[in-house]
Design a protein around this ligand. Sequence first.
Ligand code: KG4
Ligand code: ZN
Length: 338
Amino acid sequence: NETIYILAIESSCDDTSAAVLHNNKRLSNVVATQKIHEEYGGVVPELASRAHQQNIVPVVHQALAKANIDKKQLSAIAFTRGPGLMGSLLVGTSFAKSLALGLNIPLIEVNHMQAHILAHFIEEENTKKPAFPFLAMTISGGHTQIVLVRDYFDMEILGQTLDDAVGEAFDKSAKILGLPYPGGPLIDKYAQLGNPKAFPFPKPKVGELDFSFSGLKTSILYFCQKKVKENPNFLVENRDDICASIQYTIIDILMSKLKKAVKQTGVKRIAIGGGVSANSGIRKALVDAEQRYGWETFIPKFEYCTDNAAMIGIVGYLKYKKKLFSNQDISAKARYVL
Ligand code: KG4
Ligand code: ZN
């Protein structure tokens, strides 16, 4: 009859988030999204850390209030140590250290990439948890990774991007088409109205299970520039077909890597996470693969796909049970390999 209350803090990129977990259940998960970056078409690190400083206290207060928990009841504080933007990580790290010191409770450092994967273990009705071993694919604006997960803390990176993340590939393609940032969801929306085979784009030639998206972006750019020269209205007239073709190419790349990973490991349980998990194309492809290849696929609630503190909290809970605590001399780590 354990009763562990974890306060978790996430500030690795442009979202300030705090969550309270009771064992493996989420009591609250507050996310303050920073709107400021939209007008720059991407995250500006200096503005992000300043916004974290403004947001962190109210966000933590809200998380405690929504959970109906007094801070004196907390068992430990978990925080994102890395990877991420140094200035952003420092805000959450310093805050977590001070609070743990003040309350005299354990401090637990969390790797953000591990948290994206272990988010699958947050207790939720109507959500099944993957059994070990499974393959995790984390796809977002900052990450593209395939990981073999043998146990909670026994993970091996099988492949990752050598340049842009898949979310960036969506967003940069959208920018070429004149769509606002972040353009991923818009490409998805228009893709559903278009012909995915209208314009074939080349798939990158990159070894084994790694990814590369910068070449695809360049070929989309050159293609659009050439077509616009012939017809200034080309992008407007063919928006849906272009979006469908871009999405088809990206999903094809992701699925062919997953197929390779399954072949290499013999593991047919696939768990995805990260903001790009919202994409309708990848969701359809995974459902299809369940029938076609006998895979078992897992997608967490969307609130646990995008950056959030609840996923930091579940790692905090799992580490708390193993007494994996950190000292006060710990510091943020911008490049923190899983
Ligand atoms: O996980 P996330 O919220 O933030 C991080 O990057 O860590 O992911 C955001 C990314 C953006 O690149 C956004 O365009 C992409 O996820 N995204 C999508 C969709 N929804 C979000 N990309 C394609 N289709 C979508 N439906
Ligand atoms: Zn993330």
